[in-house]
Design a protein around this ligand. Structure first.
Ligand code: GDP
Ligand code: MG
Length: 441
């Protein structure tokens, strides 16, 4: 796909005159590429119309930045499709919420339920899992195994065949046990059929979920829209999770799922393991869809805002890929100052969505400062190491005491470090493009 779009834009920039015909050819080429990425035909067609309205031929004819103008227009249009205009219901820590997962069999519901629970557990929540899939033999065993591995309480039955009864019992039990995130896994059966949707409607009516999450396999193709719409018609879907983003699919179906459910994508699954789960970030997702790579915007930003004399040192650190606590500390300092380097880091996928969600800047700053206080109680050896094993129990207790914090706060900070180190390690050995090279697709 990337190749195809690059080619289209390349041809366009080689054309001496940019007239409507050239623009149309270019847009048709891009349309084909997006269809191959499983973006729904109707969405692509609408986008094409919008772009023609936005892109002013006179600007293009003037000769500069043709590719940039079109690229930006496409990028923005795709981002717009992924933004349904209102955020998903956000459960609150300490307040009981019921979250129901729906989706076809094999889409990754059971796996994703556990990932979602584990993700919140690491942040100090008390999640619990309820298996309301009584259709597939082995469903309860699978959930039990996952839950046991993550030490998350679970509820289900080998005997009971009524999913509504189990769902209600499970939710009641975990409410009594003061769990704040009660997750109901459901059956998907094998295809879209009336009985499945009726079952979802009943489970939802009986458990009154605060949020219904639609789980979709990224490789579903053009079927995404109808599938998402069918679920939306039987239950109040309020968020989407796209799974198997580690595979070949670019995930263009996500755009259909958002359009059909009018709900945002909140997470993506990137592997079979419990921690292969990321907060959904629109811009890197669209970059990938367009074959631009996750890092292009980031690299552009480095060249744009970091003072020339500081660029080599920063790029050197990035390409070495070793993320120490000290580097994390320095980047936190930069972010708090919001100087040029801070701006760059706030753009890194993972830094931005997770650490500094939009509209919660004050909270994020307080969190970053809290982390830094704790790191102030660490030794130089600890700060310069990339090996978190150095942090044994007694060290963690010392750091907590030294900074007037709880052990779980230190654990949270270490989790954050591990998460950022993982993102950072993807930069290892990266060939750093020279200024200007990245602005072309
Ligand atoms: P369910 O039928 O909807 O509950 O789906 P499951 O959770 O049982 O998942 C079906 C298969 O997809 C399993 O083999 C999972 O390991 C796999 N799976 C789920 N999510 C992901 C993902 O993000 N990446 C990959 N590679 N595999 C996944
Ligand atoms: Mg399942």
């Amino acid at each position: 796909l990337g190749g195809s779009i690059t080619r289209a834009l390349q041809q366009m920039s080689n054309a001496t005159i940019i007239d409507e015909k050239v623009l149309n050819e270019c847009l048709n080429e891009i349309t084909r590429a997006l269809l191959q990425s499983d973006v729904q035909f109707k969405l692509v067609r609408d986008m094409q119309t919008n772009i023609k309205k936005i892109v002013n031929l006179d600007d293009l004819a003037a000769g500069h930045n043709k590719r940039n103008i079109i690229q930006k227009a496409i990028f923005n249009e795709l981002c717009k499709i992924l933004d349904p205009g209102k955020p998903a219901f956000a459960p609150k820590k300490g307040k009981p919420s019921v979250v129901m997962f729906v989706g076809l069999q094999g889409s990754g519901k059971t796996t994703t339920c556990t990932k979602y629970a584990f993700y919140h557990q690491k942040k100090g929540w008390k999640p619990a899992l309820v298996c309301a899939d009584t259709f597939r033999a082995g469903a309860f065993d699978q959930l039990k195994q996952n839950a046991t591995k993550a030490k998350i309480p679970f509820y289900g039955s080998y005997m009971e065949s009524d999913p509504v009864k189990i769902a209600v019992e499970g939710v009641e039990r975990f409410k009594k046990e003061n769990c704040d995130l009660i997750i109901v896994d459901t059956s998907g059966r094998h295809k879209q059929e009336a009985a499945l949707f009726e079952e979802m409607r009943q489970v939802s009516e009986a458990t009154k979920p605060d949020l219904v999450i639609f789980v979709m396999d990224s490789s579903i193709g053009q079927a995404a829209f109808d599938q998402a719409q069918a679920f939306k018609q039987s239950v109040a879907v309020g968020a989407v999770i796209i799974t198997k983003m580690d595979g070949h699919a670019k995930g263009g179906g996500a755009l259909s799922a958002v359009a059909a459910t009018k709900s945002p994508v909140i997470f993506i699954g990137t592997g079979e393991h419990m921690d292969e789960f990321e907060i959904f970030d629109v811009k890197p997702f669209v970059s990938r869809l367009l074959g631009m790579g996750d890092w292009s915007g980031f690299m552009d930003k480095i060249h744009e805002v970091v003072p020339m004399d500081q660029q080599p040192e920063l790029l050197q650190k990035l390409s070495e890929g070793n993320f120490t606590m000290r580097i994390m500390y320095e980047q936190f300092q930069n972010i708090l100052k919001m100087g040029p380097i801070g701006q760059v880091f706030s753009m890194l996928p993972g830094f931005s969505a997770e650490l500094m969600p939009k509209g919660r800047e004050k909270e994020s700053q307080a969190k970053i400062k809290r982390y830094m206080y704790m790191m102030d109680s660490m030794t130089n050896e600890e700060l310069d190491s990339t090996n978190p094993k150095l942090m044994n129990e007694s060290r963690i207790m010392r750091i907590a005491r030294g900074s007037g914090r709880q052990v779980r706060d230190v654990m949270e900070m270490l989790e954050e470090y591990k998460r950022l180190a993982k993102i950072w390690s993807k930069m290892k050995g990266l060939k750093i493009p020279k200024k200007g090279e990245m602005s072309a697709l």
